[in-house]
Structure formats: structure tokens, C-alpha cells
Design a protein around this ligand. Structure first.
Ligand SMILES: [Cu+2]
Length: 314
């Protein structure tokens, strides 16, 4: 396997322009506007807990930053998208949506992206929590068989979307390459709740099934570029496929328990009007902003375009 380290890929990816001069002479260092120069290689190393939807990693109990290792692998998998059709999804770590990543302000994420897509497509990570060219995509673009590793310091708290930003970007997103990262505030996380869940809305665009040699309609459908350009999805789903929440992994809670939902809309095109039938959200942290006071007793909020996210407490 061809492995490219962060040093080869470029200088530390946490650079912001005004710190450029200092950081260029310290390629393994991170710069923090409040704390001066921090050597990320001296931070304690921790492997991130990565979960598949609807599970969320447990809250972080430490009160110090770490070098948080996040290994991601790209690939493809044909799965049952709807009750009718199978579809080849492009994924991170074999799942759509990709794993939920939980971190803390001040952590340095050491992201390793290994491309195991046998179709030969390049892939990368554009994480909205990262500051730098392409949200990290400039450093993490991996060709088939490559691993790219880069470090990113987390400056701001909130709920962030990550996605593949290899060209054509909407195609990589429409095929399933997205997930959520939650960056806890360094000053203390949201109030504890009984259960936390991860829900991602997205849409898929496919052609009609083709007729096979035996004269029957194929049970597998393929991506439709024309439908995607017209923004006419074939199906809109929560957590990657039909019935993910109603049949496969429903969100369970007992009467009286407090539930938090980390909600993302990966799109790539449609809006969302997520709400719970028969209840009201006690608090809504709009746009993934967990620092400002939340809205209270909200029935429906509208991440009105794609790539939005909210945190809900029911
Ligand atoms: Cu990709």
C-alpha cells in the first residue's frame, strides 16, 4: 500500500493565514490563537471511538486536548436501498452515513484516509470543522490504494458535516460519502441526557432498472446524473436506506427519558423539515451552534438547504 504521511502531504493543516510564517518553520506544530505554539506530537494519543448511525460515541470525560486518531477508509458496497432496488453506495468505513466522530475543542485530529475503492475514483475529506484549503481535501485526496494522513486542530465547537470533495463533488455526496463530527466545547459539553442518537437525511438519484438478458427488470439500479442535475431524487432517506429508522435500527427510549438527536442533512440538494410526530423538541441548537442559547419548545425547524445540521433535545 502506498502511504503518504502528513509531512509529505504538506505542512500542518491547522494553519490560518496570520500564523503561516511561524508554522512553516514548525511543520509538526500546531498554532492556537489563545495558547501560542503547541506541539501536536507531544499531545497524548487517543484513538477516536467511531460509531455507525444511529449510535453516537459516549461524551468525552477528559479535560485536556489529545491527538485524536481517526482512521477512515473509502469503498463501495451494493446494498438494498429501497424495498425494490439495490444500489452501489460509496462509503466511509463501509457505512452510509459515515461514522460519527466525537472530539473536543483543542484536540488535534490525525485523520488517515485510505482509499480502497476498486473503481479507481480518488476520494478525500472536506470536514467543515477543519480550517484550511478545502476543509482538508487539499491534503487528504487519496488515489486507489493510497493512504493520506494529515493533522487538523479543532478551534471551534459545534456539529459539523464532513463529506468527500473529490470531483465531481455532488456525485460523491449523492452516492453516500458524508458523516457528522461533533466538537464538544472545551468549557463543558451540553447537559447530559439519557440517550443520544445520530440521524442523517440524504437523497439518492437513480435510473430506472435495466432489462436483463432473461427479460426481467434488474433489481439493481445505477446513479442518474441527469436526475441529480434536475434535483429530482428517486428516494429521500434517513440513515442511508429505506426503513433504517423504522425497521432496522429504530430510535428507542423509555417514557420520561431525555433524548438528544444529532441531525444532519447531507442533501446534496433538498431541504429538511425534521420533526417528531406527537411531541415537541424541548431545545433546538440551530445550525449545530451549541454555544448560543437554544430555541425552546420548537415543533419543527428547517435546515433550509443541504449540508445543514442541528442538535435536538426532546
Ligand atoms: Cu469520494
Amino acid at each position: 500500500m502506498d502511504t503518504i504521511t502528513g509531512e509529505e502531504a504538506g505542512p500542518d493543516a491547522t494553519l490560518v493565514p496570520r500564523w503561516n510564517e511561524t508554522a512553516q518553520s514548525h511543520s509538526q506544530a500546531c498554532v492556537d490563537p489563545g495558547e501560542g505554539l503547541i506541539d501536536s506530537s507531544k499531545l497524548p494519543v487517543e484513538e477516536a471511538v467511531l460509531t455507525s448511525a444511529p449510535s453516537v460515541p459516549p461524551p468525552i470525560t477528559r479535560n485536556h486536548p489529545v491527538l485524536l486518531q481517526v482512521p477512515l477508509t473509502t469503498g463501495t458496497k451494493t446494498r438494498q436501498l429501497t424495498s425494490q432496488y439495490k444500489y452501489e453506495q460509496w462509503n466511509f468505513n463501509g457505512i452510509v452515513p459515515g461514522p460519527f466522530i466525537r472530539a473536543r475543542v483543542g484536540d488535534v485530529v490525525e485523520l488517515s484516509l485510505t482509499n480502497r475503492d476498486k473503481a479507481g475514483n480518488p476520494h478525500n475529506i472536506d470536514c467543515h470543522a477543519f480550517i484550511g484549503p478545502g476543509g482538508g481535501s487539499a491534503l487528504t485526496t487519496a488515489e486507489e490504494g493510497q493512504t493520506k494522513t494529515a493533522r487538523f486542530r479543532l478551534h471551534y465547537p459545534g456539529l459539523y458535516l464532513y463529506h468527500c470533495a473529490a470531483a465531481p463533488v455532488p456525485v460523491h455526496i449523492a452516492n453516500g460519502m458524508y458523516g457528522l463530527m461533533y466538537v464538544e466545547p472545551a468549557t463543558g459539553d451540553l447537559p447530559p441526557v439519557d440517550r443520544e442518537y445520530y440521524v442523517m437525511q440524504s437523497e439518492f438519484y437513480h435510473e430506472p432498472p435495466e432489462i436483463e438478458d432473461n427479460g426481467k427488470l434488474s433489481s439493481t439500479v445505477e446513479f442518474s446524473y441527469p436526475n441529480a442535475l434536475r434535483e429530482e431524487p428517486s428516494v429521500v432517506v434517513f440513515n442511508g436506506h429505506e426503513a433504517a429508522l423504522t425497521r432496522d435500527k429504530p430510535l428507542k427510549a423509555s417514557v420520561g427519558e431525555k433524548v438528544r438527536i444529532f441531525f444532519g442533512n447531507a442533501g446534496p440538494n433538498l431541504t429538511s423539515s425534521f420533526h417528531v410526530i406527537g411531541s415537541t423538541f424541548g431545545k433546538v441548537y440551530r445550525d449545530g451552534d451549541v454555544v448560543s442559547p437554544p430555541g425552546q419548545f420548537v415543533q419543527t425547524t428547517m435546515p433550509y438547504f443541504a449540508l445543514k445540521k442541528v442538535v435536538w433535545d426532546i
